[in-house]
Design a protein around this ligand. Structure first.
Ligand SMILES: [Ca+2]
Length: 281
């Protein structure tokens, strides 16, 4: 959890510290009256004099005004001009009037990795990440872009240097309408990441998800949003949550009994609290 002093001109609509995964919850609340000004109601805002911020294991959801004109687009999960940002293991969903991440002029040297972005902006505009101004050294890896509008990312009057690889995009077919300046490597496009229950905002991966073990190793990302070590299995997963076969806790064994005992064999039976393949040694 990071402590951020709200800017006098851009502020968090609501920032509430939570305990799940050691992270924070940043969420909006319905407007009491329509507010149509261009002052953003962001989850987090960082100006151009700020640097060296890490956001690890937070949930940003339902940020932004719910009333007023539909094309209002100034309310973002993270809005930052800052240098040296590490944005890892976060979940972003249901942005009302802006983007999950809005890079602003001067944003440089960012790692955006192992985040889960879900659902298109309610205002209908394209992308879950927006570039604006000079944005250099932006590395975007191991993320899941789930059902954005149009494209995974978008830009406005932006000069970009970025890399974009080892991501999964579902629901649209393109990374960006104009990726100039962004080196787009190998990504998975059009495959369902198989969340446990996306409609209920449960973004854990199911067994067999194409996001499992398809990420690259990143030294900056040592755990997932739930605090589980990365990797589980053979490699890093994509998104904020690492899949572990049978869950991340060892099974509880109960109800052990023996039956059908003969001179050279016996049945040993037990129950566990999760699906398991068992053996006797
Ligand atoms: Ca894995």
């Amino acid at each position: 959890m990071n402590n951020v002093t709200p800017s006098p001109i851009r502020r968090a609509l609501t920032g509430v510290a939570g305990s799940e995964g050691g992270g924070g919850f940043f969420h909006g609340e319905p407007d009491e009256i329509a507010q149509l000004d261009q002052i953003g109601r962001d989850g987090i805002y960082l100006n151009s004099t700020e640097y060296n911020f890490t956001f690890d294991g937070n949930i940003f959801h339902d940020i932004g005004r719910t009333s007023g004109q539909t094309q209002l687009h100034f309310d973002h999960g993270i809005y930052s001009h800052a240098d040296n940002m590490t944005i890892i293991n976060n979940i972003f969903y249901n942005m009302n009037r802006g983007w999950s991440i809005q890079l602003a002029d001067g944003a440089s040297n960012w790692l955006v990795a192992n985040n889960t972005f879900a659902n298109g902006n309610a205002n209908g505009e394209s992308g879950q990440i927006m570039f604006w101004g000079s944005n250099t050294g932006i590395n975007i890896r191991n993320n899941i872009f789930y059902r954005p509008n149009g494209y995974a990312m978008t830009r406005y009057a932006a000069t970009i240097s970025c890399t974009f690889d080892h991501n999964l995009i579902y629901g649209v077919t393109g990374v960006m309408s104009d990726p100039t300046g962004c080196s787009v490597g190998a990504n998975q496009t059009g495959v369902d990441p198989k969340f446990v229950n996306a409609s209920a905002n449960d973004f854990h991966l199911q067994s067999g998800s194409p996001a499992v073990d398809s990420g690259m190793t990143l030294a900056a990302v040592t755990t997932d949003i739930d605090g589980n070590a990365r990797p589980q299995g053979s490699a890093f997963d994509l998104g904020a949550r690492e899949y572990a076969s049978g869950g991340n806790n060892p099974p509880v064994i109960s109800g052990v009994f023996v039956s059908s005992i003969t001179t050279n064999s016996a049945w040993i039976n037990w129950s566990t609290d999760k699906p398991a393949t068992s053996s006797v040694q």
